[in-house]
Ligand binder design. Structure first.
Ligand code: P6P
Length: 348
């Protein structure tokens, strides 16, 4: 009988494009020593919530769930209805999944204690970042960090479980609700991107082993705040302009970050008069994207320190953020440091 060997994929990639997220998570589970499957289950729980939020986002205009919710969150920001819905969806998925003992959410004043003393993981999440763009149909995103609890399982959660530096993350990622919906995450073994196929209700591997270009020609910063930038940031942005780089700023962190991750570029949200510690939050925005950036060969700093080494001292603390292609972040950092030095010298 004549037969032909089945040759599924000639790409030679460890995991072929088209692998479902569930199967990929299962295949990669062996990357964890003593893997018992809880983290795999937790990643699946996040993906499930992302599918639901994706559906709500796509029909926001039709289902009267766009617009403001009429309350402000702990940040004093007007909550959009989808912010609240996304927060509820992720809370529900994470609490039902049984793997999580505590959640830090941008939408919650305090740590949410799931009263699940067997849960080994803590999740820090921005359920829907960039929500002011919802009503004008611009891409928005979810950002999440996952930590193992430090205190013994079976005991009440402690502050040490929550106030962990980004270097302690066991996983991190984002969901981009854009022209297509993508889930991009890392567990410390590289970065992989999955694209959602609505008709099948599945995420499929579309961007295996994402590597950030070492440099690019895109810079992302809110130029409207130029007069508030420190001089080192201004010097770097002027350098980008001298080099005729493209200014691309959507005002939605996940979308700006994702484009720069794939094409090469730098996103900067510096300290400003209104936000002297920067606008973005350390626990559930900067740390997660910093983990992704570093795992794909990029870099993330607050101007001089590595984002992931900052020891948190409050839930919603903010940080300046320069993140993206390694050589661009290094160059910005050296300009900031040298300009600081000059100012110090001149001021003596
Ligand atoms: P600004 C959205 O509110 C956000 O947190 C990020 O998604 C975005 O990059 C940034 O703030 C935009 O802030 O001050 O430029 O409007």
């Amino acid at each position: 009988m004549k037969t032909l060997p089945y040759q599924p994929d000639r790409s030679g990639l460890a995991y072929s494009v088209g692998t479902t997220l569930d199967r990929f998570i299962k295949l990669k589970q062996s990357d964890f020593p003593f893997a018992s499957g809880e983290l795999s289950q937790l990643l699946r729980d996040i993906a499930l919530a992302a599918k639901i939020v994706n559906r709500e986002t796509n029909r926001a205009g039709l289902a009267n769930i766009g617009g403001a919710f009429g309350q402000t969150n702990v940040q004093g920001e007007e909550q959009q209805k989808l912010d609240v819905i996304a927060n509820i969806r992720f809370m529900r998925a994470l609490s039902k999944g049984g793997e999580v003992c505590a959640i830090v959410s941008e939408e919650e004043d305090a740590v949410i204690d799931l009263q699940n003393s067997s849960g080994k993981y803590v999740v820090a999440i921005d359920p829907l970042d960039g929500s002011s763009n919802i009503d004008v149909n611009i891409s928005i995103g979810t950002i999440f960090s996952i930590y193992r609890r430090k205190s013994p399982v079976g005991r009440p959660i402690m502050e040490e479980d929550i106030m962990q530096p980004g270097t302690e993350q066991v996983a991190a990622g984002y969901v981009l609700y854009g022209s297509s919906t993508m889930l991009v995450y890392t567990t410390g073994n590289g970065v992989n991107g999955f694209t959602y196929e609505n008709s099948l209700g599945e995420f499929f591997l579309s961007h295996p082993g994402i590597q950030a270009p070492k440099r690019g020609e895109i810079y992302s910063i809110n130029e409207g705040l130029e007069r508030e930038w420190e001089s080192g940031v201004k010097a770097y942005v002027d350098l980008c302009k001298d080099r005729k780089y493209a200014a691309r700023y959507i005002g939605s962190l996940v979308a700006d970050f994702h484009r720069n991750l794939l094409k090469g570029g730098i996103y900067i949200y510096p300290a400003t008069r209104k936000n002297p510690s920067g606008k973005l939050r350390l626990l559930y925005e900067a740390n997660a994207l910093a983990f992704i950036a570093e795992q794909s060969g990029g870099k993330a700093i607050d101007g001089n320190r590595r984002i992931m080494e900052i020891k948190p001292n409050s839930l919603h603390q903010r940080t300046p953020l320069l993140i993206g292609s390694k050589e661009m972040v290094v160059e910005a950092q050296s300009l900031i440091t040298n300009t600081e030095k000059k100012i110090t010298e001149y001021s003596h």
